[in-house]
Design a protein around this ligand. Structure first.
Ligand SMILES: *[C@@H]1O[C@H](CO)[C@@H](O)[C@H](O)[C@H]1NC(C)=O
Ligand SMILES: *[C@@H]1O[C@H](CO)[C@@H](O)[C@H](O)[C@H]1NC(C)=O
Ligand SMILES: *[C@@H]1O[C@H](CO)[C@@H](O)[C@H](O)[C@H]1NC(C)=O
Ligand SMILES: *[C@@H]1O[C@H](CO)[C@@H](O)[C@H](O)[C@H]1NC(C)=O
Length: 475
């Protein structure tokens, strides 16, 4: 996006002035090379975008042929083109911790931070229901980046690929310019662990020794960004210990976020953050990141297949008491019969971590699947026609494409689909204590969105959330 600052930065220099400089020719050649490579990169991205949907949120400005470049520092030229400013400053949260529903919340918190720090925010890769650099899929595999941009109009977002492009270009410039003296310095990086381990009595921010056991996925940016190579980058390390109380209320978050902005207002080009924060960081909590159109359409297709009328069930068997499961299944069956009769709904849709595709659970943290689990599911399956994202052929295109196999092995994009289908359901029920995981942010997110829709007078939703009852054999 061409920023208004851009023009004022291009100080007019007369040709005569420049002619005197011996570096002039080198510079011109350099610019030509730079503009050409930039042009090719744009072309490449365009063809990539055609294949994979829209990958780039904001394309960097392309120089028109008759623009006069008047700064002769090639790094500044790169930065102006890429970030709209002579210095690029990034916020790159490479680990968001926790699963998608929570990571979604944290991404919004850090977008707020990026705005306050006036830093370009990197759209970290996604996959297996996580947002972190260890994944191979681009951010927009899960999310709608255009709507995200509307939600945060003051933040410039760049994909990981864009970031790698910048690193590589910078590296090239450095190689060409740094003959003898250091014209282009190493990358300046602040690596910070923002963590809520609740091990201090209040928020503590401090410098620490270089962390030797950095996340191994960071090595994917080598050699362009090599944190252990001092000729490549100068890295400072810090830790921010956060406590529960810092994030508990709007008022405490107001105080804490000011501290955060204060300590992270720094000169380093790259602010690399490893986050594990559990709760929102700012007083205002922004609405959930919108999912991409492909997943929304899949949810709509499922709704259509169920004649637009179904009970959504979220049954997360993880953390259930295995011996209680027969009574849980019986209780669910009774509840379903009752709701179907009272509300006249014929279809049911089951969102579950019970393995639907293979022997793998839909959740990474759910290991021990016993016969109790199998029996409970069989009991339910023998009583009703159970519809799931698998039986209704959700995400079929992706499943046919071997490229996404890993995504379907555990928790992944199907979890987002389940969430959307449950949000859309006419009636939504979830498991009681003992039968399922109760403190699920996934379930809470569904209930919250349903409450919003009901408040907006969506009459197709007949309840927010109900929990079925465990069948009582003694009655
Ligand atoms: C390029 O030059 C032409 C003619 O001088 C001018 O009309 C046009 O606005 C210029 N384009 C840009 C992008 O500056
Ligand atoms: C964007 O920044 C402008 C200027 O600082 C501010 O007035 C506006 O409220 C910001 N927009 C949002 C959505 O935060
Ligand atoms: C990164 O730097 C370290 C230390 O200088 C070096 O051993 C390693 O080979 C570098 N990695 C790459 C991919 O160049
Ligand atoms: C229910 O039973 C059908 C038919 O035996 C089977 O194909 C399906 O996978 C079962 N569903 C679940 C959720 O176990």
């Amino acid at each position: 996006m061409a920023s208004p600052q851009l023009n004022s930065l291009w100080i007019k220099m007369s040709t005569n002035q420049l002619m005197r400089k011996t570096s002039f020719l080198i510079c011109v050649l350099f610019m030509l090379w730079y503009i050409t490579s930039f042009f090719y990169y744009e072309q490449e991205k365009l063809s990539m975008a055609k294949n994979e949907g829209n990958i780039n949120v904001i394309p960097p400005p392309v120089l028109s042929s008759n623009t006069t470049i008047t700064t002769n520092n090639p790094l500044e030229v790169l930065n102006i083109n890429y970030c709209g400013q002579p210095t690029c400053k990034f916020l790159f949260v490479y680990m968001f911790g926790e699963q998608e529903t929570k990571a979604n919340l944290h991404f919004r918190s850090f977008s707020q931070l990026a705005e306050k720090l006036n830093r370009v925010m990197i759209l970290t890769n996604v996959g297996s229901s996580k947002i972190d650099i260890c994944n191979k899929l681009p951010f927009d595999f899960y999310y709608n980046t255009n709507l995200l941009q509307k939600e945060f109009p003051n933040v410039t977002y760049k994909s990981e690929d864009d970031f790698i492009f910048w690193l590589k270009e910078r590296d090239q410039i450095k190689k060409i310019m740094n003959k003898g003296d250091e014209v282009i310095p190493p990358l300046s990086v602040l690596h910070s662990n923002l963590r809520r381990y609740d091990i201090t009595s209040n928020a503590v921010y401090r410098d620490v020794k270089p962390i030797t056991s950095l996340n191994s996925c960071l090595s994917k940016f080598e050699p362009s960004m090599n944190l252990t190579d001092s000729s490549n980058s100068r890295v400072r390390y810090t830790i921010m210990d956060i406590t529960k109380d810092d994030l508990r209320t709007e008022k405490s978050r107001d105080r804490f976020s000011k501290l955060l902005i204060d300590v992270l207002t720094i000169d380093e080009e790259i602010l690399l953050v490893n986050s594990y924060v559990l709760d929102p960081l700012f007083p205002v909590i922004m609405p959930p990141l919108p999912y991409n159109d492909y997943i929304l359409n899949e949810a709509q297709k499922i709704k259509d297949k169920l004649s637009s009328s179904y009970i959504g069930i979220h049954w997360r068997l993880e953390q259930s008491r295995a011996e209680l499961l027969p009574e849980c299944a019986q209780g669910l069956i009774e509840t379903l019969n009752q709701v179907m009769k009272e509300k006249g709904i014929k279809n049911i849709y089951l969102a579950t971590d019970y393995p639907l595709l293979s022997s793998h659970s839909q959740s990474d943290t759910f290991g021990d699947i016993t016969n109790y689990h199998h029996d409970a599911m069989r009991m339910l399956n023998e009583t009703f026609k159970i519809n799931t994202w698998v039986s209704l052929e959700g995400l079929e295109q992706l499943r046919k494409d071997g490229k996404y196999d890993a995504e379907f092995l555990g928790a992944g994009i199907q979890g987002i689909l389940d969430k959307l289908v449950c949000i859309n359901s006419n009636y939504f029920i979830s498991g009681p204590v003992g039968c399922s995981r109760i403190l699920s942010t996934f379930t809470k997110a569904i209930a919250e969105e349903r409450r919003n829709r009901i408040e907006k007078k969506d009459h197709s939703l007949l309840n927010i959330i109900d929990r079925w009852r465990i069948f009582n054999t003694s009655v």
